[in-house]
Design a protein around this ligand. Structure first.
Ligand code: DHB
Ligand code: MG
Length: 217
């Protein structure tokens, strides 16, 4: 249902600025072969995550929602040889697929996968994260933002995926739990004094969606 011109323009941008990437393409093939959903970030967004890690100088990255490891690999490449990515995944099967792809991409020694519900795993983590990428069940987004602030520090970058939801975020009367979870998260980013944030809508390969970017202050 993605308009063909959005897809064509996104493919053009990825061809021009991201390029052919065998390890990431193999990661997507493995994910699809295992029947995981095609809800990983687009190539241009994976590269945005990579650049945000490098621009901010982040060495310790926390990811909530591993799926097949696609965004994990983008960020693991960016943290440098001595950097670390801790990524939390609720589904053990997804984590196994991700582990294999992350190792095959050559960044296995930088990535720790923690299997379990993020609400259970996050309280067990040692803080000090410099960048947090939240891309898991949208219903729990405010819980994840709270942990991002607690496990981060002033200067930590927080990236929240899927804030556009085809414009549904504008519907205050929505009964969709994912929209409600996203709206609650955006309200928290606007009101909670621990954050300073903005959000951008996007169109492309993944349809009409968006991303919020926040600074822990
Ligand atoms: C959904 C989740 C995602 O993280 C995403 O990027 C797209 C869709 C979903 O659960 O619908
Ligand atoms: Mg997402």
């Amino acid at each position: 249902s993605t308009p063909e011109n959005w897809r064509a323009a996104d493919d053009y941008l990825a061809d021009t600025l991201v390029g052919h990437d065998p390890a990431l393409e193999a990661t997507l093939s493995a994910q699809r072969a295992a029947g995981l959903p095609d809800i990983e970030v687009a190539p241009v967004s994976g590269k945005l995550l990579n650049l945000l890690v490098r621009i901010s100088g982040a060495r310790r990255v926390l990811e909530i929602g591993t799926l097949g490891g696609y965004s994990t690999i983008w960020m693991a490449r960016a943290v440098g040889e001595h950097g670390r990515v801790v990524t939390v995944e609720a589904e053990a099967g997804n984590a196994a697929i991700a582990r294999a792809s992350i190792d095959a991409a050559g960044v296995g020694d930088r990535v720790e996968i923690r299997v379990g519900r993020a609400a259970d795993v996050l309280p067990t983590l040692v803080g000090g994260f410099d960048l947090v990428f939240i891309d898991a069940d949208k219903e729990s987004n405010t819980v994840y933002l709270d942990w991002a602030a607690r496990l981060g520090h002033p200067g930590t970058v927080v990236v929240l995926d899927n804030i556009g939801r085809e414009g549904e975020i504008a519907r205050a009367d929505s009964t969709d739990p994912m929209v409600i979870g996203t709206r609650d998260a955006l309200q928290m980013l606007g009101e909670d004094p621990r954050f300073d944030a903005t959000a951008l809508q996007t169109v492309g390969l993944k349809g009409w969606d968006g991303v919020a970017i926040a600074l822990v202050v």
